[in-house]
Design a protein around this ligand. Structure first.
Ligand code: SAH
Ligand code: DHB
Ligand code: MG
Length: 230
C-alpha cells in the first residue's frame, strides 16, 4: 500500500473507533463539495482535536481565521458552553454563504458569526472586545505570522492558539523558498520560537490530508514556566 493510502485507511479506522457518526458534519461537507468549495477542511480527527482543545481550556470566545464552508467552525462551535461565541473571518463571500447555511443546518448559527473580509482588515476592530480564549489560524499561509501577531494581541494568559498547515509536506525546510506560503510559515515558526509569552510545539501529521502539521501554543503571563522563583 502506498503511504498516502495507508495513512487514509488508518484515519478512517481511528475515526470509526473514536468519532461518533455525525450527520450534521457529513451534510456540511456534502454541501461544501456540491458548492464547489476546495476540499481543504481539517480532517475529522483534526476537527475533533480542535474541539477537544477548546473544551480543555473552557473556551467561551473563539476566533477562527479562515472559515471555508464552516467544517472546522462546527467542530469548534460545539465546544462552546451556553452563551459562548465564535467569530470566523472569511475573505470569500461565496465561502461565507456556504458556511452560514452549513452552520444553520448544524444548529450552531445562534452562537457563530461569519464576518466577510480580508482578515488583516477585520482583526483591528476586535481589539476593543474582550480577549479570545481560543484562536484557530487557517487562512492564507503567507500571512500566518501576521495572524499570530494578532492572536497574541487578542488573547490572554491561558488562551490557546492553533495554526494549521505548518509543515506542507516538508516544504518548510526550504529556507530559500520563494513560495509565499512557505516563507510565511517559516516566519511564523521563528516568531513563535522567540516569543517568551508562548509555550508552543508543532507536530507533523499524516493522514487523509497528506503530510502536514499543526502548531499549538499556550499564551502565558510572561516568561515561560521556570523552576526559579522570581
Ligand atoms: N478552517 C476551514 C478551512 C479554511 S481554508 C476548515 O478547516 O474547515 C482557508 C480559507 O481561508 C478559505 O476559505 C479562504 O477563502 C480563506 N482566506 C484566504 N485568505 C484570506 C484572508 N486574507 N482573510 C480571510 N480569509 C482568507
Ligand atoms: C490548503 C489550505 C489549508 O488550510 C489546508 O488545510 C490544506 C490545503 C491549500 O490552500 O491548499
Ligand atoms: Mg488548513
Amino acid at each position: 500500500m502506498n503511504p498516502q493510502a495507508l495513512w487514509t485507511h488508518v484515519d478512517h479506522y481511528l475515526d470509526g473507533c473514536l468519532l461518533p457518526r455525525d450527520s450534521a458534519l457529513e451534510a456540511a461537507q456534502r454541501a461544501s463539495d456540491a458548492a464547489g468549495l476546495p476540499a481543504i477542511q481539517v480532517a475529522p480527527n483534526q476537527g475533533a482535536l480542535l474541539q477537544l482543545l477548546a473544551l480543555a481550556v473552557r473556551a467561551q470566545r473563539v476566533l477562527e481565521i479562515g472559515t471555508l464552508g464552516g467544517y472546522s467552525t462546527i467542530w469548534l462551535a460545539r465546544a462552546l458552553p451556553a452563551g459562548g461565541r465564535l467569530l470566523s473571518l472569511e475573505l470569500d463571500p461565496g465561502h461565507a454563504d456556504v458556511a452560514r447555511a452549513n452552520l444553520a443546518a448544524a444548529g450552531v448559527a445562534d452562537r457563530v458569526e461569519v464576518r466577510v473580509g480580508a482578515a488583516l482588515e477585520l482583526l483591528p476592530a476586535l481589539e476593543d472586545e474582550p480577549p479570545f480564549d481560543f484562536v484557530f489560524v487557517d487562512a492564507d499561509k503567507a500571512a500566518s505570522a501576521d495572524y499570530l501577531e494578532w492572536a497574541l494581541r487578542l488573547t490572554r494568559p491561558g488562551s490557546l492558539i492553533v495554526v494549521d498547515n505548518v509543515v506542507r509536506e516538508g516544504d518548510i525546510l526550504d529556507e530559500l523558498s520563494d513560495d509565499a506560503a512557505v516563507r510565511g510559515v517559516r516566519r511564523l515558526l521563528e516568531r513563535v520560537g522567540g516569543e517568551p509569552r508562548l509555550v508552543a510545539t508543532a507536530l507533523q501529521t499524516v493522514g487523509c490530508k497528506g503530510h502536514d502539521g499543526l502548531l499549538v501554543a499556550l499564551v502565558t503571563a510572561r516568561a515561560q514556566p521556570s523552576v526559579e522563583p522570581d
